[in-house]
Write a protein that binds this ligand. Structure first.
Ligand code: DQA
Length: 146
């Protein structure tokens, strides 16, 4: 059993409502329910905040007691060295997810501070990206004893 943090940064609470042509029409809550069912053998701990400090506080508290992180930092991917620092404080595998293809949009979205501290990044696969990330983490980092 793995304990995996699923973290969403600012504005991702509006997924399903905001710019649906870019971010889709499914709410994150609906998607999360399905994700819990798909990976019911594992503990998926979800947290969303619009505040950089709250995200960092949560990571500081939860990373030491968790096995892996899936994070969509929203726009903080492009701006926050502090968030990237918090993610690399402890050795834990991290996968970065973006719903949209950040390389096909405005140039300022093409750089992410989080990518530098992540095992890998998934961009442009919509909500399916989170499922791919969880699958990758379980397949590669589950301890053979559980
Ligand atoms: C996003 C991409 C970011 O550039 C943007 O600021 C977001 C959402 C995505 O999931 O595609 O808020 O992280």
């Amino acid at each position: 059993m793995m304990r995996i943090l699923i973290i969403n940064g600012p504005n991702l609470n509006l997924t399903g409502l905001r710019q649906p042509h870019i971010y889709g029409t499914t709410s994150f809550d609906t998607f999360l329910n399905a994700l819990h069912q798909k990976f019911e053998a594992h503990e998926l701990v979800y947290f969303q905040s619009n505040s950089e400090g709250e995200l960092i506080d949560f990571l500081q508290q939860e990373i030491p007691v968790s096995d892996a992180v899936v994070i969509n930092p929203g726009a903080y991917a492009h701006t926050s060295i502090a968030l990237a620092d918090a993610l690399q404080s402890f050795a834990i595998p991290i996968v970065e997810v973006h719903l949209s293809n950040i390389y096909a949009r405005e140039p300022f979205r093409a750089h992410s501070y989080v990518s530098a501290v992540a095992a890998g990044a998934i961009s442009g696969l919509g909500l399916f990206g989170y499922e791919v990330a969880v699958r990758y983490l379980i397949d590669n980092f589950r301890k053979s004893t559980d």
